[in-house]
Design a binder for this molecule. Sequence first.
Ligand code: GLA
Length: 373
Amino acid sequence: MSMIALKPPMGWNSWNTFSGKISETLIKQTADYIVDNGYRDAGYTVVAIDDCWMAHERTPEGDLQPDKTKFPNGMKAVGDYLHSKGLLFGIYEDAGTMTCAGYPGSYGHERRDAQLFAEWGVDMLKYDFCYSAPGMEDRELYRRMGQALRETGRDIIFSGCWGNDGVWKWMRSCGAHMWRLTGDIADSWESIEKVGFGALGLEMYSGPCGWNDPDMLVVGLNGRGYVGEIGGGCNFEEYKSHFALWCMLSAPLLMGHDVRKTSSEIKALLQNKELIAINQDDAGIQAYRLPSTNDYITVLAKPLANGDIVFGLFNRQPVWTYMPVSWRCCGWELTDDISLTDVISGKDLGTFRAGNTFRVEGHSCLILRATRL
Ligand code: GLA
């Protein structure tokens, strides 16, 4: 296995919209759309099938097998199709005796399952933690699959889920390339705020080859689909803040909406080159929080490999406010001349010293790329 996940993985996952309503047709249509509409070239290369792809029984030999009605040509055919389109193939399993939706888990079958995934051409495995085997430590279960994956010799991104406590402290040592910080995201501002800002303070654990994961994106769900119905939906400013926050956090960017039905506004947001470049920056530093007067105005700083610093001003209140930003604690002198660009509008805002104050709309954000002149 070589060094993989040097950058936060990007792609699409079936769960947030489709839960169990997945099929070969859906995956192929999604893959076609991702390629034909610029998502692949923007960096979204993984197409991941989440839970519910399996039959309820293993084969008599003990192999996992797909649900024949959903995937009549088997999983290798899906992988081959994705690879023929220049995409990567993601699949889902569970560290326990069953997946969260009740399909066969990998516990006790890790080597066989990892080998089968490698034969199918799997490039990313999301590994969940439901129905964990009694008496087994969470990390021991993840280590079993991490070991089995490395022994296949194939480069497979190992996406860990949750565990019994503090997965960020030990998941990297199990061989995982990313790990879920929280329970499931819902399509609501409250949920985005909870899981997204919940990642602050954990920046020391995230970096190249091992990323903090505040869960998949709900951008563009608009209250539709599985997680959409749970949360009820967000407005555009809220989706904008959600996406920008995930970029600031160096979080994996796994879209979760029905890409076949995307508005041009949402598509432009998800394909914003400058935001994606911040997420995928070579330094791989997760944003840290700057001191602020209250919790509802959160200012983040993300240092980039070329010496720029990106400031994220997040107004978590429902109404507009003025937000101060100062680069006093970021390594710059107060006398430095700093030029600021509004990343989302592309507007050059001019040159500033020490800091400034900006108006930010409710539940919205301002992402400022700062360069020392
Ligand atoms: C858990 C995970 C979700 C999804 C479902 C599938 O809840 O956290 O992301 O994979 O299982 O059953």
